[in-house]
Design a protein around this ligand. Structure first.
Ligand code: ADP
Ligand code: MG
Length: 230
């Protein structure tokens, strides 16, 4: 029900794309997201950061900016003291890069440990012939360069999702290559399965990207979401 509400709100706004709004949709489907919030002033940003343990990540929130890091719209490792200044800086960068962009605010997010984690991608698009497909692969900002992905028809059962995590070239990375601690594969499999169920349940979702889904030894977190509805 909540999912339906969120999707119709987007339609009313006249947009067919969702970003951070989709975080709530993921909550409804039991897909873990990092702690955090979207705020629209520096003071509120500092308040959110104060509630989060350690440094935070801050990101510009605009329906007109799809690849945030391309314009310097993502700041990793921001200390509490720098949050307010970083807020102003992110907004002014976005404005100078794209003066007509609608800027909704800044997302303040828990920072995940990527030393111990692997950036994966879970995606979906609707094939005109076969219907919704779910994709899994190695994620992060170099996803197009690496092209290490595998596809199945959605929804997938746990066994199929598990097979997907074994299919990619980067599979050894997940299993803990070179003395690394293995990531939580069960949580990764579960996230793939839940995303596939979401797109199967809502035919209006024509495209979805979770990039990255950060997989760590302690679980997974959907860090960056992009979703297109028709
Ligand atoms: P975009 O893809 O729009 O540039 P992302 O939210 O995916 O924006 O952030 C870009 C990159 O920044 C991620 O691929 C990841 O390497 C890093 N990053 C983003 N959020 C976090 C986070 N919460 N913790 C750790 N690293 C992050
Ligand atoms: Mg991303």
């Amino acid at each position: 029900e909540r999912v339906r509400e969120i999707l119709s709100q987007v339609e009313e706004r006249g947009d067919n794309r969702l970003g951070v709004e989709a975080m709530e949709l993921f909550d409804a489907y039991g897909i873990p997201t990092p702690e955090g919030e979207v705020v629209d002033d520096p003071t509120a940003a500092a308040e959110v950061a104060a509630r989060i343990d350690g440094d935070v990540v801050m990101k510009i929130v605009s329906p007109d900016i799809l690849h945030k890091s391309d314009i310097g719209g993502v700041r990793v490792g921001v200390s509490a003291a720098d949050v307010a200044d970083t807020y102003e800086d992110l907004v002014s960068r976005a404005r100078s890069y794209q003066p007509d962009a609608r800027i909704l605010g800044v997302q303040v997010q828990e920072m995940l440990d990527l030393d111990d984690g692997v950036e994966t991608i879970v995606g979906s698009h609707r094939d005109p012939q076969f219907g919704p497909l779910v994709m899994f692969g190695l994620g992060g900002v170099f996803v197009e360069v690496l092209e290490d992905t595998t596809f199945r028809l959605a929804p997938v059962a746990a066994g199929e999702a598990e097979q997907m995590t074994a299919d990619i070239d980067a599979a050894p990375l997940l299993r803990g290559a070179r003395g690394r601690t293995p990531v939580d594969l069960d949580a990764t499999v579960d996230a793939i399965r839940r995303v596939s169920q979401l797109v199967a349940d809502f035919p209006s979702i024509v495209e979805l990207d979770v990039n990255p889904l950060v997989a760590t030894p302690d679980g997974v977190r959907a860090v960056d979401l992009r979703l297109t509805v028709d």
